[in-house]
Design a binder for this molecule. Structure first.
Ligand SMILES: [Zn+2]
Length: 293
């Protein structure tokens, strides 16, 4: 298996712990994303509430879906903090790409990395992408228009460079203009775009769009956003050739110095997919996207 979505936070899981957890779960490769907040710790009711939220936001359309998307949007505050499970966390304006570059350098056989860009932040996205291009094993560009709170259109320059250099863009969408999932695929038809967490907060619409649109994909990471039902919806809508396995580790399923792959694995294995489709989602689609074998 390849885990396409995992954050590097060595205060939560050390690098040796990460590799040991991968070995135990049969995960060959992890594509690391720099951390964008301090370590998350979750309260019990959050897990319950997240299920309720997911049922509402994953609806097709209509008032309930719009209300859930508005709630999702309200978790990001004007002062640059986010509310996760009733606690406030400061969002890091420029997630530390050098931490990921270093980890990838240390474990070239097991780790790949994403370059995090923030067009609303202090650092130039183009300069960050160029630093990544000089590092073997940096395979794509990650952006978070939700927590970094900017319209997707602001990613135009970064997307143009990613498209030119054949780097995929992994994007966690916000709501409204921060969640415009059509603008980049229309402007950059050759750019490979992956919408995180099955396209939250517009999963139903995003997955239908992904099926129609070449080079657009979703990842199935994060059990808070993508449970069994949401994963089934994503695969049925988008197609097995358009879905990618990921976890959003180390968040939500940490066990000592290991990431517990059990919950994410259970979801993907519980979909009743053919061996071929399972292989696509767990590995092949991502290898094709990044042009490796
Ligand atoms: Zn994430």
């Amino acid at each position: 298996m390849i885990d396409c979505h995992f954050h590097l936070d060595e205060s939560m899981i050390s690098l040796p712990g990460l590799i040991a957890g991968m070995d135990a779960a049969g995960v060959e490769r992890v594509a690391l994303i720099p951390r964008l907040c301090p370590p998350l710790s979750l309260s019990f009711p959050f897990v319950q509430l997240s299920g309720f939220f997911r049922r509402l936001v994953n609806r097709e359309s209509g008032l309930v879906q719009r209300g859930a998307a508005a709630f999702y949007k309200s978790m990001v505050k004007a002062d640059g903090t986010v509310d996760v499970g009733g606690r406030r966390y400061p969002v890091i304006p420029q997630p530390p790409n050098e931490e990921v570059r270093k980890a990838v350098f240390l474990h070239p056989e097991r780790l790949w990395g994403w370059t995090f860009v923030n067009p609303a932040g202090p650092d130039d996205p183009i300069a960050e992408i160029e630093k990544g291009l000089k590092t073997p094993g940096i395979i794509g560009v990650k952006a978070h228009s939700y927590w970094h709170n900017y319209p997707v259109a602001k990613l135009t320059d970064a997307a143009a460079l990613a498209s030119e250099k054949n780097l995929p863009l992994l994007l966690h969408l916000g709501a409204d203009e921060n969640g415009d999932f059509k603008i980049l695929p229309e402007r950059f038809p050759k750019l490979k775009i992956i919408y995180a967490h099955a396209g939250v907060p517009y999963a139903a619409a995003v997955c239908a769009y992904v099926r129609e649109k070449k080079n657009v994909y979703v990842d199935l990471s994060c059990t808070v956003y993508v449970d069994q039902k949401a994963a089934a919806l994503a695969v049925n809508r988008a197609g097995a050739g358009k879905c990618l396995f990921g976890t959003d580790g180390p968040y939500f399923h940490i066990n000592g110095d290991r990431f517990d792959y059990g919950p994410s694995e259970k979801i993907i294995r519980g979909l009743g997919l053919s061996r071929e489709d399972l292989e696509r989602i767990e590995k092949k689609n991502f290898l094709e996207i990044i042009g490796r074998s």
